[in-house]
Write a protein that binds this ligand. Structure first.
Ligand code: EAX
Length: 323
């Protein structure tokens, strides 16, 4: 064999070996603890990506806002300095305004309804809206239904909410809606919330049981009401360019891994919802678990009229009536 041929064979062989063993590491982050519904989502995702790509892709997981809050992590994914993020819908409308409609209060009857909408054509169509903004949205997951906590008083009626200073997500729909309750909204990134509650910068906050428990808000909040005022979706997002570079099979592997992450995430939310109230009561939180929901819905009637104008009654009804 001529030397040049031998060199070509050698370099091809080495190239093959290198690509067979090369490992690309990507980062994914959440703002809650590892031991949470979001932790199981990204841990499952990471494990499944590694398994489904035979170890060619490794996903490093970061918890507790270690890489920043949700808005910062989404920004990093958009820029490509971080490949992946898992976030609540909180800051998402600032990037993909079409998703705003999902944050309308009292839109979903229950988790089964919300999950069906997100997994069906409406949710899947919304995922495609991320493409033009530099993201590949891999799958919807969830936080669950949000409930109100505060350090001042038991909230039994919407009147009890008047004048409470509440931390909200940096979400324009929530901010507008909660004003309708007479709440004084204070938007803030999640990693700052515990300290703000502890120091009394705000009186309260609202989050699903999964978040309240994993963030140990029971240490700084004495009153919880199961208002279930809004469903809180979550999402797996990836930098679009980095997704596009994947082979067709690897793209599918990432999508399937996200689906598995969602399954684990929803199962954990169900578990937290089932035992959360008892857990929190055992920790000394007063829990109002039955409210006259119609009164809370009625309190938001003027705000909802605004939302009907903004989103269109047809689009809202399509979600409300989805079966
Ligand atoms: O995603 O900011 C929030 O209240 C979110 O629900 C929380 O970070 C979990």
């Amino acid at each position: 064999m001529k030397l040049s041929k031998l060199l070509i064979c050698l370099s091809l062989g080495l190239g093959f070996m290198a690509s067979a063993t090369a490992q690309t590491t990507m980062r994914i982050s959440i703002s809650t603890a590892q031991n949470s519904h979001q932790g199981v989502a990204i841990d499952t995702f990471a494990k499944e990506v590694e398994k489904r790509t035979a170890g060619r892709y490794k996903v490093q997981t970061f918890y507790n806002g270690a890489l920043g809050g949700e808005r910062e992590s989404i920004e990093a994914v958009q820029l490509g300095t971080q490949a992946l993020a898992f976030s609540s819908s909180g800051p998402i409308p600032n990037f993909v305004p079409e998703t705003k409609i999902l944050d309308v209060p009292f839109l979903f009857r229950d988790k089964a309804h919300a999950r069906a909408v997100l997994d069906g054509p409406i949710g899947q169509d919304l995922l495609t809206k991320f493409d033009a903004k530099g993201f590949k949205a891999l799958a919807w997951a969830e936080n669950g239904f949000r409930h109100m906590t505060n350090s001042k008083r038991d909230v039994k009626t919407p009147e009890d909410l008047k004048g409470l200073k509440m931390r909200t997500m940096e979400n324009p729909v929530h901010i507008a809606a909660y004003k309708g309750f007479g709440i004084i909204p204070t938007p803030m990134a999640f990693p700052e919330v515990f300290t703000a509650l502890q120091q009394g910068t705000v009186d309260g906050q609202e989050n699903p049981l999964s978040v309240i428990i994993s963030a140990k808000f029971d240490q700084v909040q004495k009153h919880l009401t199961l208002t279930g005022h809004v469903y809180s979706p979550c999402i797996f997002v990836m930098n679009k360019a980095q997704f596009d570079e994947l082979s067709a099979a690897d793209k599918q592997a990432f999508l399937d891994a996200a689906k598995e992450g969602t399954k684990a995430n929803r199962a954990r939310v169900d578990e937290d919802d089932a035992k959360g109230v008892a857990d929190l009561r055992a920790k000394g939180v007063t829990v109002i678990d039955t409210i006259d929901k119609a009164k809370f819905v009625a309190a938001l009637a003027p705000v909802n009229a605004e939302f009907e104008k903004q989103f269109g009654k047809v689009a809202l009804d399509k979600i409300r009536n989805y079966k």
